[in-house]
Design a protein around this ligand. Structure first.
Ligand code: SAM
Length: 277
């Protein structure tokens, strides 16, 4: 292990500022442990133990800078990730939301390469197909990483993105072309992708949604990277953007901070499903 000390090192702070300004997000609010672990990974990749040596490399080598920025904006995801959450959502919450009439509005905050918002598109398409009804529904999907958003828009996935999806879903919604799974054209237009910082103090809702008013917000496996302050900013934005009674779903290793108990009730603590009061 190298002896990295953060926050006192001007070079390090400059580096974080540079990445923050490029990605238009304040990485200074990210948990130090998270950033430290990512930097440790890069030190190991270079077989060095000295943080100052690493800073020199990253300063002069754009490829290394990209590698580090890529690690900070890590975007692991898959369709129906933690599938029991989506099973419960489809059986309980989607019918409840549809029962109120449309249009249904969903936000996937920190959508990475699109698997999560497309999963929501598939869920509502399936629900309406099974019940023989139809309501307008739109999914707003946002991330701070432009490369992730571009990949998401393409709608082409590897087999590993579908390990939690049922075979009938894969058959119905994907076309296998040269070893890659292409989402069918019906689903892609349901999702509107844009760049947006979920912890932005100025824009609570993605601008293409205009005013939020969401029935559901998913913010899964994003808060884990944030310190308390940034988590609070993100949750305030989500609260503001949801309809009264709207549902928020967090990631499996995330929990609603106690300060937010007045704003959200726990619907299913184990599956991290909460409702706006
Ligand atoms: C691990 S992925 C989660 C993807 C998906 N939500 C899921 O659970 O499968 C985390 C995503 O959050 C994005 N992210 C990190 N900080 C963000 C921020 N401040 N605003 C929006 N997205 C952010 C990253 O770029 C990455 O794509």
């Amino acid at each position: 292990m190298s002896q990295i000390t953060l926050h006192h090192d001007k070079l390090f702070n400059d580096l974080i500022k540079r990445i923050s300004s490029e990605y238009k997000v304040d990485f200074s609010g990210y948990k130090s442990d998270f950033i430290l672990n990512r930097i440790e990974d890069r030190l190991q990749a270079h077989n060095i133990t000295n943080f100052s040596d690493y800073l020199k490399i990253v300063e002069n080598d754009d490829l290394e800078y990209r590698a580090l920025a890529g690690l900070l904006t890590i975007h692991v995801t898959r369709f129906f990730r933690n599938s029991y959450t989506f099973d419960l959502f489809k059986n309980e919450y989607a019918p409840e939301i549809a029962g109120k009439g449309g249009p249904i509005r969903i936000w996937s905050a920190g959508c990475s390469t699109g698997e999560e918002p497309y999963t929501m598109g598939i869920i509502f398409t399936e629900l309406f197909r099974e019940r023989g009804v139809s309501l307008p529904y739109k999914i707003f999907a946002t991330d701070i990483d432009p490369a992730a958003i571009e990949n998401a828009k393409a709608g082409i996935f590897s087999r590993s993105a579908l390990i939690e999806a049922r075979l009938e879903i894969v058959d119905r919604y994907f076309e296998l072309i040269n070893g890659m799974y292409h989402l069918i054209p019906d689903i892609r237009p349901l999702v509107s992708f844009s760049l947006h910082d979920v912890a932005s103090p100025v824009n609570p809702a993605p601008s293409d949604s205009v005013y939020g008013d969401f029935d559901v917000a998913l913010c899964r496996n994003v808060l884990i990277y944030f310190n308390d302050n940034l988590q609070a900013l993100a949750l305030h934005s989500i609260h503001k953007s949801l309809k009264k009674g709207g549902i928020v779903i967090l990631g499996q290793s995330e929990a609603m901070p106690p300060d937010f108990e007045k704003k959200f009730t726990a619907e299913n603590e184990r599956l991290r499903i909460y409702r706006k009061r």
